[in-house]
Design a protein around this ligand. Structure first.
Ligand code: ARG
Length: 577
C-alpha cells in the first residue's frame, strides 16, 4: 500500500472509532497550502448525519490526530475543515521508502485478467491518423493496468475481412492476370506471393477510385469479398497471403509507436466461431428482411435501439458477427474478467448493441465486464480531422515524418549521423504520443506540430530534455553519496516531495477513468517543480553533505518516477538529445 493510502486508512479508522461511519474517505490535497498539505472535509457531512456541530466533530478528530507523529500543525478552519501537515520526519521516512522501491508509491489493485482490444488496423489499407489514438491510448492503458497488478493481453483485432479484400484482389488481377490464383484450372499448392507493402499502398486506392462510379467493377469487388467469406480456396489463399504481407508493414508502424500486441488476431480468425455464436444465439434470432437479427432494446431505454444484425441476408458474416465470434473465442480460451475496447466514439452505439446481445444470450456471463472506451478526434489546425495538403486522409507514416522534420531541429548540433537519426525517432514518437495522451480521452484536440515540438511547455521534448538532464546530474555525482534522504531543506524541496507523494492518487484515477491525461499532466507538474528546485539549488557544489545527498536522492526518485511514467505512456527516453 502507498504511504498516502496508509495515512488515509489510519485516519478513516480514527474517525470510525469515534463512532462516525464514513463510506469512502479520501484525504484531499489542500487548496490552501498555507494552512496545510491535506484537508479533511467530511465533518460537515457527518454533522448533518449525526445532528452535531461540525466544529465539535472536527475538534474530537483533531484531538486523536494530534497523537499521530506523522502529522503536525493540525488546525480547524471555517465551519469545520481540518487542515493537516505532514511532519518532516514522516516526509524523510517516505522518501527513503520510495527510494528503496518505487512500488511503495503505487497502490496495486485486485488483480484481474483483462483483454484490451486496440489498434484495430485494417489489412491492405494504410494506417491513418485515426488509428493512432487507439494504438496510443490502448497501449498506455494496457501498461498502466499491468503496472497496477493486472494480467493483461492486448489484441489488435485486425480488420482483415471486408470490402478492401475485393478491392485489392480486383486490382491485382488487372496488374498480374497470369498469377496462379486467377487460373481456375490451377491444381495443387499455391506459390508464395511476391508483392510488397508499397504495392499494397498503390492497389487499394487505385481500385477504390476505379470502383467509385463503375457498378460493374463494384459488383466484382463484392463477389470476391463474398467468395472469401464463404471460404473459396484460391481467393482465401491469396487474401491470406496479402494479409500476412500487410501485417508485416502494419507491425513496423506499431513498433515505431512502441505498441506491441500479445495477440495478433483478426476478423478472419473470428469467422471460425460463427456456428458457435449462432448456436448460443439461436433462441433469440429472428428474420428481418432476410437478415438474422437480435433485439437489444431494453425497457429503461429512452431512445429506440435498433436490433443488431448478426447474419446478412445473403448468409454472409459482417463486422458484428466477427466481433461476437471474437468474444466467443476470448471467453473460451482466456476466460477474462474484463474486455476493453478502444475505438473512436462513432462506434459507441455499435458496441452497446454487441455488449447487450452478448449478455442477453449468455455468450458473456454477467460477472464479466465489457467496456468500450471511446476517444475524440485528433484535428488539424483548422479544427477539422487532420488532412493532407490536398485534402486526403493523412496516413500515419506521413504524419510521423512531418513531426520528425520539426523535432530534429531541437537536437544538439554535435550529435550527427545515425545517432542523430535514432534520437530524432525517439523524440518524434515522444512528441506525438505526449500530445495525444495529454487531453482527456473523450475530447477532440488540435494537433499543432509547432507547439508540441517545442522544448518548453507541456510537450514530449520538454519532458525528455528534463529527464535526460536529471540522469546526467546523477551520473556526474556518481562518486558522491546518494543513498540516504535525511533533511527537508527548504520549501521548494518540500513541494517536490509532496508532489511525489501524489503519484498513487494520479495512477488510480487514470486507471479508473481509462484516460492518460492525469498522468501526462502530473509528469509535467512534477518535472516543472523539480526544474524549479534544480535552478534554485547548486546541487553538485553544495557544501553541506547531508543536504547534497538528500537532493541527489530526491533527483533520483523524480528521475525514476519520470522513467516509469513515460514508459507507461509508451515513450522511450534517449541517452541524450
Ligand atoms: N478495424 C476497425 C476500424 O478500423 C476497428 C476494430 C475495433 N475492434 C473491434 N473489436 N471491433 O474501425
Amino acid at each position: 500500500m502507498s504511504i498516502i493510502k496508509d495515512i488515509e486508512t489510519d485516519i478513516k479508522n480514527v474517525i470510525e472509532k469515534l463512532g462516525y461511519q464514513v463510506e469512502t474517505f479520501t484525504l484531499k490535497i489542500s487548496d490552501r497550502p498555507d494552512l496545510g498539505d491535506y484537508q479533511i472535509n467530511d465533518c460537515m457531512t457527518l454533522a448533518k448525519i449525526y445532528h452535531k456541530n461540525p466544529r465539535e466533530i472536527a475538534d474530537t478528530i483533531k484531538k486523536e490526530l494530534d497523537k499521530d507523529t506523522r502529522l503536525t500543525n493540525i488546525n480547524i478552519a471555517g465551519p469545520g475543515f481540518i487542515n493537516i501537515t505532514l511532519s518532516d520526519e514522516f516526509l524523510i521516512d517516505s522518501m527513503n521508502k520510495i527510494f528503496d522501491n518505487i512500488d511503495n508509491n503505487i497502490d496495486k489493485v485486485e488483480s484481474k485478467k483483462i483483454i484490451l482490444d486496440y489498434g484495430g488496423a485494417n489489412a491492405a489499407k494504410a494506417l491513418h491518423v485515426g488509428h493512432m489514438r487507439s494504438a496510443n491510448i490502448g497501449e498506455a492503458i494496457k501498461r498502466l493496468a499491468s503496472l497496477l497488478g493486472n494480467d493483461v493481453l492486448g489484441d489488435v483485432h485486425l480488420g482483415d475481412l471486408g470490402r478492401q479484400a475485393g478491392m485489392v484482389i480486383s486490382e491485382l488481377k488487372r496488374e498480374q492476370p497470369q498469377l496462379s490464383w486467377f487460373d481456375s484450372n490451377y491444381q495443387g499448392e499455391y506459390p508464395s506471393l511476391n508483392i510488397t507493402n508499397e504495392d499494397l499502398g498503390r492497389l487499394y486506392p487505385k481500385a477504390s477510385l476505379a470502383a467509385k462510379d463503375d457498378e460493374k467493377r463494384m459488383e466484382e469487388v463484392r463477389q470476391i469479398t463474398a467468395a472469401i467469406d464463404k471460404g473459396d480456396k484460391a481467393l482465401t489463399d491469396l487474401w491470406t497471403k496479402i494479409v500476412n504481407i500487410s501485417s508485416q508493414g502494419i507491425k513496423k508502424t506499431y513498433n515505431r509507436l512502441n505498441c506491441s500486441f500479445e495477440l495478433w488476431e483478426g476478423e478472419m480468425d473470428a469467422c471460425k466461431y460463427k456456428d458457435n455464436v449462432l448456436d448460443i444465439f439461436k433462441d433469440y434470432l429472428y428474420e428481418s428482411q432476410g437478415a438474422l437479427v437480435i433485439d437489444v432494446q431494453e425497457e429503461t431505454d429512452k431512445k429506440e435501439m435498433s436490433p443488431l444484425i448478426v447474419i446478412k441476408s445473403d448468409g454472409a458474416t459482417i463486422y458484428a458477427t466477427r466481433d461476437l465470434g471474437t468474444i466467443y473465442s476470448r471467453m473460451e480460451r482466456f476466460s477474462p474478467d474484463e474486455i476493453w475496447y478502444f475505438t473512436d466514439e462513432r462506434q459507441s452505439l455499435y458496441f452497446e448493441q454487441i455488449f447487450r446481445a452478448s449478455y442477453k444470450t449468455g455468450l458473456v456471463p454477467k460477472e464479466t465486464i465489457l467496456g468500450h472506451y471511446s476517444f475524440g478526434t485528433m484535428n488539424g489546425p483548422d479544427g477539422k480531422p487532420f488532412k493532407t495538403r490536398d485534402g486526403g486522409v493523412m496516413e500515419l507514416e506521413k504524419l510521423i515524418e512531418l513531426v520528425k522534420k520539426e523535432v530534429i531541429k531541437r537536437i544538439r548540433e554535435d550529435i550527427v549521423g545515425d545517432e542523430r537519426e535514432k534520437i530524432a525517432e525517439d523524440l518524434t514518437i515522444a512528441t506525438l504520443k505526449y500530445a495525444d495522451l495529454l487531453p482527456f480521452r473523450g475530447t477532440d484536440y488540435i494537433f499543432d506540430i509547432q507547439k508540441f515540438s517545442e522544448l518548453e511547455g507541456k510537450t514530449g521534448p520538454y519532458l525528455l530534455y528534463s529527464t535526460i538532464r536529471m540522469k546526467s546530474l546523477l551520473a556526474k555525482a556518481k562518486d558522491l553519496n546518494q543513498e540516504h534522504f535525511t533533511i527537508v531543506s527548504d520549501s521548494v524541496t518540500r513541494d517536490v516531495i509532496l508532489t511525489i507523494l501524489k503519484l498513487p492518487v494520479i495512477l488510480t484515477k487514470s486507471y479508473e477513468i481509462k484516460s492518460l491525461n492525469e498522468i501526462a499532466e502530473y509528469l509535467y507538474t512534477l518535472t516543472n517543480k523539480y526544474n524549479k528546485f534544480y535552478s534554485e539549488n547548486k546541487i553538485l557544489i553544495e557544501k553541506d553533505s547531508t543536504i547534497r545527498e538528500s537532493w541527489l536522492v530526491l533527483t533520483n526518485i523524480v528521475y525514476r518516477t519520470n522513467l516509469l511514467l513515460l514508459d507507461t505512456l509508451g515513450i522511450k527516453v534517449p541517452e541524450k538529445m
